[in-house]
Design a protein around this ligand. Structure first.
Ligand code: COA
Length: 146
């Protein structure tokens, strides 16, 4: 498998069908369309501090991780916005390899912290635990419909 930095909107575009397939399947069962995914990923790509990697198996994109470096008084951190591995390639170490590439890139930029939001009851949470992430007990995700 080959890992490449996402450095063009063409590479973002190549992640769109994969993202739709992965997040419309278990465990998320979302209802993404190519257009809604495209808008989301292009927005991240166009935001300052974007960093992303995708993985190829042959000519097919089978995984991706992306997000943005954000400023903070304690030092910059990386907000991991999306991570996805094709259903047929899950549990084969692709996600772990993507995270390692991301970590190496971030350390070179003096970024030593990653945050993300996920569902504590679903298996991706286990993946992040396995890769050293911990839950911040005194923080909570809040929301209001307006
Ligand atoms: C979460 C995800 C990115 C992990 O990538 P991956 O390539 O499957 O992960 P790895 O092979 O590097 O690591 C495997 C570990 O992840 C967890 N995991 C991955 N798939 C799993 C599954 N279907 N069921 C249970 N645990 C799973 C387990 O802890 C597993 O370790 P184990 O096999 O020793 O039990 C990938 O499964 C995925 O894309 N899931 C759907 C999209 C998603 O949830 N993205 C994250 C949103 S926050």
């Amino acid at each position: 498998m080959k890992i490449v930095p996402i450095d063009s909107s063409d590479l973002i575009e190549s992640c769109v069908p994969l993202y739709v397939d992965v997040f419309n399947a278990a465990p998320w069962h979302d209802q993404w369309t190519h257009e809604t995914v495209r808008r989301r990923l292009i927005d991240f790509f166009n935001t300052p501090g974007f960093v992303g990697y995708c993985t190829y198996s042959g000519s097919e994109v089978v995984g991706g991780v992306l997000g943005n470096i954000e400023s903070f008084f304690k030092g910059d951190y990386f907000y991991l916005k999306e991570m996805f591995v094709s259903c047929k390639c899950q549990r084969q170490g692709v996600g772990n390899t993507l995270l390692k590439s991301l970590n190496n890139n971030l350390k070179e930029r003096d970024v030593h912290s990653i945050i993300l939001i996920t569902d504590r009851s679903l298996f991706p949470c286990k993946f992040y635990h396995k890769n050293g992430f911990t839950v911040i007990d005194d923080m909570t995700l809040m929301h209001i419909d307006i």
